[in-house]
Design a protein around this ligand. Structure first.
Ligand code: FES
Length: 315
């Protein structure tokens, strides 16, 4: 855990605040790579993950931006109502579930709304290292688009911006094929419908690898098999528990007194990642890569389940 202090608060757009965090002891902060996020322990007891926006070469500060989510679960509302200059906070070490792959020298970024935050750190990295990039930035309206001034300065050949309110409709991701050269990877962060549209696009354009950072669960997936009950065995104690179809492994273990590290409870932060000793996980998270899923060595026990009747976990 790191102790930090809010040293600057800005209104980045309608309903979006920017916060600058510096170490409470004035020391340098741990390094991070573009796409990384931090866990922020909020004054109301919630833990929330926020992407680092700033240039990863900066070691004296972290910068995050938080959208006030209507009807959210209390995290963003707490940020907006309680975090001011001088607020002391504890944060986790930077972690990265959305890294830029070094094998590419050119990138196509798609950001929807507050999804611009990890993308902006990537853009700053690309600029510093002379890497070629383009951005498609989608927002409800000009007033809701954070960091618009900085992004607009790159020019229309680099950054294409779409405001739903001005266009009178959402952007059609299906029309992207003319924008993205074959072989160029797509990095996308945004609301679930946008992410789903990019997933659909990628299934028709496998020549463009896609990397996603989810910050909200996908809409109900009709293709997903219904949850079924199964038994989970804990390797270290040999204890076994039944996981009913309407409960997660995490919930079952917590109900038996286990204190499992967790944060988002939605398969997006990797905090509850647990080793699998035996059995086949039914992965329902948003962070494991295809290769990691196929290996089946770890799983997110807040959402993932079992494909067979018994799962042995390294707990
Ligand atoms: S608690 Fe976040 S992935 Fe499980």
């Amino acid at each position: 855990m790191l102790k930090v202090v809010v040293t600057r608060r800005t209104e980045e757009a309608a309903g979006i605040v920017g916060l600058e965090l510096r170490a409470a002891d004035g020391e340098r902060l741990p390094p991070f790579a573009p796409g990384a996020h931090i866990d922020v322990m909020l004054p109301n007891g919630l833990v929330r993950q926020y992407s680092l926006v700033n240039d990863c070469e900066e070691r004296d500060r972290y910068e995050i931006a938080v959208s006030n989510v209507a009807n959210g679960r209390g995290g963003s509302a707490c940020v907006h109502s309680t975090l001011v200059v001088g607020t002391a906070l504890e944060i986790g070490m930077p972690r990265n579930n959305f890294p830029l792959r070094s094998e590419h020298a050119r990138f196509f970024f798609i950001a929807g709304g507050i999804g611009i935050t990890p993308i902006l750190s990537m853009i700053r990295y690309c600029n510093r290292h002379g890497l070629n990039w383009n951005l498609l930035y989608l927002a409800r309206s000009r007033a809701h688009a954070a960091f618009l001034e900085e992004l607009s300065e790159y020019g229309a050949d680099r950054v294409r911006i779409h405001f739903d309110a001005e266009a009178g409709c959402n952007f059609d991701i299906g029309s992207c094929s003319g924008l993205i050269p074959a072989g160029v990877p797509i990095y996308c962060c945004g609301p679930a419908p946008l992410m789903q549209a990019v997933v659909d696009f990628s299934s028709r354009h496998p020549e463009n690898p896609v990397f996603l950072e989810w910050f909200a669960p996908a809409p109900e997936n009709a293709d997903q098999p219904p949850a079924e009950g199964f038994e989970v065995v804990l390797k270290r104690s040999g204890k076994a528990f039944y996981v009913e179809e309407d409960r997660s492994i995490l919930e079952v273990l917590e109900s038996h007194g286990y204190n499992i590290p967790c944060s988002c409870r939605e398969g997006m932060c990797r905090t509850c990642e647990t080793g699998v000793v035996d059995g086949v996980p039914d992965h329902r998270d948003y962070v494991l890569s295809k290769a990691e899923r196929e290996e089946g060595r770890t799983m997110m026990i807040c959402v993932s389940r079992a494909r067979n009747s018994t799962l042995v976990l390294d707990i």
